[in-house]
Design a protein. Structure first.
Length: 130
């Protein structure tokens, strides 16, 4: 009977931690990428490339999202939170936009893990710059 209680308690803690929403101010700031993994085929960006390119994702209080790679702005636009989803509207040339979501799989004061929602997803681990 004790083992069932442990299992139920563990499941409750797991689902309770998954159901909480994220506050926008939890994301504010610059998050430097430390790991980038593409799922299919599995491809991990080397530590050397990450060091050279200094990729980052930046969230502002005015709902702006900026992605940098190689010291340049790779992408920018607006975002909104929807539970554990980042709903990103990327600004493209000619006034066009493209919308796509990111799923936040882990968030702490210092670490952010998120991934795209495609079959061939990309998962990023980033550390908050202080």
């Amino acid at each position: 009977m004790k083992s069932y209680n442990v299992i139920y308690t563990s499941l409750f803690i797991f689902f309770a931690s998954c159901s909480g929403s994220i506050e926008q101010n939890d994301l504010y700031g610059r998050w430097n990428y430390v790991k980038v993994v593409n799922a299919d085929p599995e491809d991990i960006t080397s530590d050397e490339e990450i060091k050279q390119q200094s990729p980052a994702i930046i969230f502002t209080a005015s709902n702006e999202l900026i992605i940098e790679w190689g010291g340049k702005q790779l992408s920018h636009g607006k975002y909104r939170l929807d539970g554990k989803m980042i709903r990103y509207t990327e600004s493209l040339e000619g006034g066009r936009t493209r919308e796509f979501p990111f799923l936040i799989t882990k968030l702490s004061e210092t670490e952010l893990m998120f991934q795209t929602m495609e079959k061939n997803f990309t998962r990023v681990t980033a550390i908050r710059k202080r």
